[in-house]
Design a binder for this molecule. Structure first.
Ligand code: SF4
Ligand code: SF4
Length: 93
């Protein structure tokens, strides 16, 4: 639908986000169709996946990968793409 910006005041109000920082409450990982699977045997703990993950879903401890927190992982596959050791594989969720 084309919207004439001159008429924006007549538009029906949709959803609104009125509480800052509320995204933590929503399990956006529910949208996911693929899930990353980590092969710890291949992983060299370079942390590249941690740097690139847009949803802070790579867990670290003492400078090493500690696992994946999937509650907000949307299955974008970036971690698998950037991993130099093919230690992350995307699987159907
Ligand atoms: S699939 Fe995307 S959101 Fe999930 S852990 Fe990998 S980079 Fe992060
Ligand atoms: S990018 Fe690959 S090798 Fe590097 S820490 Fe992540 S899983 Fe391990």
């Amino acid at each position: 639908m084309m919207v004439n910006m001159a008429d924006h005041n007549s538009m029906i109000v949709g959803d609104r986000v009125i509480e800052p920082g509320n995204s933590e409450k929503f399990q956006t990982g529910d949208w996911r169709s693929q899930v990353p699977v980590l092969d710890k045997e291949k992983c060299i703990d370079c942390l590249t996946c941690w740097i690139f993950c847009p949803d802070d879903s790579i867990l670290t401890k003492d400078g090493k990968i500690a696992g994946l927190k999937l509650s907000h992982c949307k299955g974008c596959g970036i971690c698998a793409k950037v991993c130099p050791k093919d230690a992350i594989t995307m699987k159907g969720d």
